[in-house]
Write a protein that binds this ligand. Structure first.
Ligand SMILES: [Zn+2]
Length: 389
């Protein structure tokens, strides 16, 4: 009898270990897949131009998952080796802290069960992250800082204009160097406490988005129930963010929140991952009119690589969305915002970015427009909006 109990116990422990070992990888393989495709054909001209670009992307959720980003994987969308193959230079790493069960683009309850909690437990994150969204953001930031400590030859974290200048100098000598930045996806990551803005800033966060899929203490989500603008707490938080030179991202925010935030200051805003409603009439996208207002205030609109934002996921469709944006707001205000590793299914991973350059050239975009959209605009925005030191 004792032997049976012992065998069952050993079997149970083994099962738990297997679940913990394989679970996260299995989960990510289903969440962050790439549409099967044959290699994209790329012209010599596109290859040459692409190799000369400084490329930047405003949105990847890679820090949420259980991968060592210094290694190349055959699943997920982004890691350092694949970024190097794609000639990526600057990557904003956005930290996801809460995501409602049954997540959709139309309406999500703030009280819905949170999917990230089980992910955090399955991935074996420290217990303090289980019920604190701030701790979840800080833990993901720590992963990115660790990456820079372990793989300093290939990766550095950028927190200031000085860091950016050092990065650009180093990259001129070492084209495989990648600069990473930190951002939040939704300011529920503050755990409702405005003092946590400073805590996150101290850990390197330089971009904060206000909402994610549900209304939060700061205001309404584009996919929430209220449609409300900034709350008093939201105004307080935005004011504090701007005082610290934290860049504000209004992806996922209700149109009222976007308008209120535009009204609060003349600081330029980011839409870190989106499409254009006039190009893809998806509930994921805010109106073209509001996009124009964001651009008029010096903002940058970063085009995503998935169907929910651009109604398709091929390099050709990304180029079409970018061209629409150039027509609508001008090439100075369009950028890349992949949403890699954000539980989407793109038509390519970060190693295949040259396919976008190819399609942009094919579509008639000029080399100088391509240079701006692929990363030039991001460098300028960071030079103007990061804290000095
Ligand atoms: Zn998102």
């Amino acid at each position: 009898m004792k032997k049976i109990v012992l065998t069952l116990l050993v079997l149970f422990v083994a099962l738990v270990l297997v679940a913990l070992g394989l679970g996260p990888a299995y989960l990510e393989k289903t969440m962050n897949s790439v549409s099967p495709h044959s290699p994209y054909s790329v012209s010599e001209r596109a290859k040459t131009l692409h190799a000369s670009l400084l490329i930047g992307d405003w949105h990847a959720d890679s820090a949420l998952w259980d991968r060592d980003l210094s290694k190349e994987y055959d699943y997920g969308h982004a890691d350092i080796p694949r970024m190097q193959q794609g000639n990526m230079a600057l990557q904003m790493f956005t930290t996801v802290t809460k995501s409602p069960a049954g997540q959709n683009y139309d309406s999500n309850k703030t009280s819905a069960r949170d999917n990230i909690t089980s992910l955090v437990v399955i991935q074996g994150w420290p217990i303090k992250t289980w019920n604190s969204l701030t701790e979840r953001a800080l833990f993901q930031a720590e992963k990115i800082h660790n990456l820079a400590r372990r793989d300093g030859e290939n990766f550095m974290v950028i927190q200031s204009q000085t860091d950016l200048a050092i990065f650009l100098e180093r990259r001129a000598l070492n084209p495989s160097l990648i600069g990473g930045l930190l951002g939040t996806e939704g300011s529920h990551a503050l755990d409702g406490n405005v003092d946590n803005i400073q805590r996150l800033y101290d850990s390197g966060f330089r971009m904060m988005s206000l909402q994610h899929f549900f209304d939060n203490k700061l205001g309404g989500s584009l996919h929430g129930l209220s449609g409300l603008g900034l709350t008093e707490f939201g105004r307080q938080a935005v004011t504090q963010m701007l005082a610290l030179d934290i860049m504000i991202d209004v992806s996922h925010s209700s149109e009222s929140v976007v308008r209120d935030t535009l009204g609060l200051s003349d600081q330029p805003l980011l839409v870190s991952h989106t499409g254009f409603q006039g190009h893809c009439d998806s509930p994921r996208n805010i109106s073209d009119l509001l996009m124009q207002k964001i651009a008029e205030q010096g903002g940058l609109i970063a085009v995503g690589f998935w169907d929910g934002a651009i109604c398709d996921n091929t390099p050709k469709s990304v180029a079409a969305a970018i061209n629409y944006g150039i027509q609508l707001v001008g090439a100075d205000h369009v950028a890349l915002g992949s949403d890699f590793d954000g539980s989407i299914t793109p038509g390519f991973d970060t190693s295949e970015l040259v396919a976008i350059t190819h399609e942009l050239l094919e579509s008639g975009a000029t080399e100088s427009q391509i240079r701006q959209v692929m990363g030039g605009n991001m460098v300028l925005f960071l030079q103007n909006n990061l804290p000095k030191h």
